[in-house]
Design a protein around this ligand. Sequence first.
Ligand SMILES: NC(=O)c1ccc[n+]([C@@H]2O[C@H](COP(=O)([O-])OP(=O)(O)OC[C@H]3O[C@@H](n4cnc5c(N)ncnc54)[C@H](O)[C@@H]3O)[C@@H](O)[C@H]2O)c1
Length: 252
Amino acid sequence: MQQDLLGRVALVTGAGAGIGRATAHSLAARGAIIGINDLKQELVDAAVAQVIAAGGKAFPVVQNVATRDGIYDAVRQTAGYAERFDILVNNAAWVRYQSVPDIQPETLDRMLDIGFKAVIWGIQAAAEVMSAERGGAIVNVASTAALKSAPNSMVYSGVKAGILGITRAAAAELGGRNIRVNAVCPSAVPTEGTQRNRNVERDARRVASTPMGRLGTVDDIASGIAFLASDDARFITAQALVVDGGITFTTL
Ligand SMILES: NC(=O)c1ccc[n+]([C@@H]2O[C@H](COP(=O)([O-])OP(=O)(O)OC[C@H]3O[C@@H](n4cnc5c(N)ncnc54)[C@H](O)[C@@H]3O)[C@@H](O)[C@H]2O)c1
C-alpha cells in the first residue's frame, strides 16, 4: 500500500465499529496517524489495538461528539497529539427508522445532534486547527438515502441530504484555504449498527438490483473515504461520491 498519507493526522468519529473502524484502517495503511473516536473506552482501545497490530499508528479519542463541546474537544485532542490536524472524517451516527406518525421529538433531536449538527461543528472545529499552508481534507459520511428514499426514513434521508448541502457550502467557503470538503454516499453495508435491522430477503433483493452483484462491505466504503481524503483527490471538492455497486442510479 502506498504511504501517501505518511505523518498526516486524522480524526475519524465513531471509529469503534463499522465503517469508521474500517476507515481508520484504510487511512492508517496509507501512513496516517489516526485519532480513533467513539463513546466507550473499551471499544476505542480495541480499535486502536487493531490498527497498531496491523502495522499502523492510532491513538484513542474517547468522547461523545454529539455536542459542540464534545467534537471541539475531540478535534483538539487529535490536533494536540502530533501538533497537526489534516483529515476529519465525520462518520458517527445514531440511526432509527420510524414511520411518519411514529417520529418522536427525542429521536429527531438525537439523530440531528449526532448526524447533522455534529458535522457542522466538526467542520468548524477542524477548519480552526487545519494549517494555513497545508490545508486539509474533510469527508462527511452521508448515504444513498440522501439521493433515493424509502418508507420510514424521513429523518434519516433528511439528515443525510442535509449533509450534502453542508458539504457543498463548506467546500465553497473553505476551498480558498486549501481545505477540501466531500461526502461519501454508501449503500447498505453490514455493520454492528445495521445488524439490528438486518433482513435477509431485503438483502437478497438488494443484491439482485446491484450491477456489481453483491452487497458492499465496510472496506469498500473506507476505500472511497480514503481516496477523498488523499492527495489523489487534490482537485476534488464539494462532491458526493456514491459507493454503492451501482444500485442507486440503475434499474436491472
Ligand atoms: N452501514 C450502512 O449500511 C450505512 C449505509 C449508508 C451510510 N451509513 C453511514 O455510515 C456511518 C457509519 O455507519 P455504521 O453502520 O458503520 O455505524 P455503526 O453503528 O456500526 O458504528 C457507528 C459508531 O459510531 C459511534 N457513535 C455513535 N454516536 C456517537 C457519538 N455521539 N460520539 C462518538 N461516537 C458515536 C457508535 O458507538 C458506533 O461505534 C453513519 O454515518 C451511517 O449513517 C451506513
